[in-house]
Design a protein. Sequence first.
Length: 276
Amino acid sequence: MTIGRHSAVELDPSLDDYQLAAALVREAGQLALLMRMAGLQSEQKTSISDVVTAADHAAEAYVLEQLQRCRPADGILGEEGASVHGTSGRTWVIDPVDGTYNFLHGSTYWCSAIALKDSSDVVLGAIFQPEEDKLWLGGRAHPSTLNGEPLTVFHEDRGARNGTAVAELGAATYIHPSWLMDPLCAMPWHAAATSAAALRMLGSGSCDLGRVADGQLGCWFQHSCPEWDWLPGKAIVRAAGGAVDTVRVNGLEWFMAGGTTAVRQLRAALESGSVA
């Protein structure tokens, strides 16, 4: 399969929203992977670890083109600049390559992610990790699945993860080293990080959130997440039966996901780092 042929795949507008979201992240992820195999250069955005490649731009352009054809009334917002004002009251939020630093350096821990939101909240999320062939999908009308199999880690009859304390769980997180020099950020982050049984910092928030939904990771927290880093995973964790929350501490917005008890305890830990 050539890159050109892959990038030209046209999706069927009659697909429902979940089918369309799943197809979009699969196609975008495969396109990015093929482009990486052919060789890529990167450009720095805000820091040496915040980079963008031609694959990010090409994958977003592909999703933009398909959405404009398949859902012409919907709005579109993309990490790499896509911005379309729709008339339907709905907006697709695109992250063509989440974990670009990992992607660029040959790690498998990156994904393509998309969410659909309306005026009230996120409707659905889809996350596809190409090199692991993992597709997480879920939303209001679709209990979360991984490659079509239902996710049950938060179900009461499958271990009741919602009641597990954060002290018994591994927590995934991310914080740029420069933020650790700012006490207003470092104090709440440290309080939450030290409340967990173990800590993981793997470099893709959407991959992390998919793994919270399927039970590989216990919980997750991070500050200042743009919508494309938060909404796909938020929809999937919630549709799996988990909890999500946000809290403002020292002027920063913190985002959390996991079981009900763990999220409540993460929130309390973050708030304990407040200087107010």
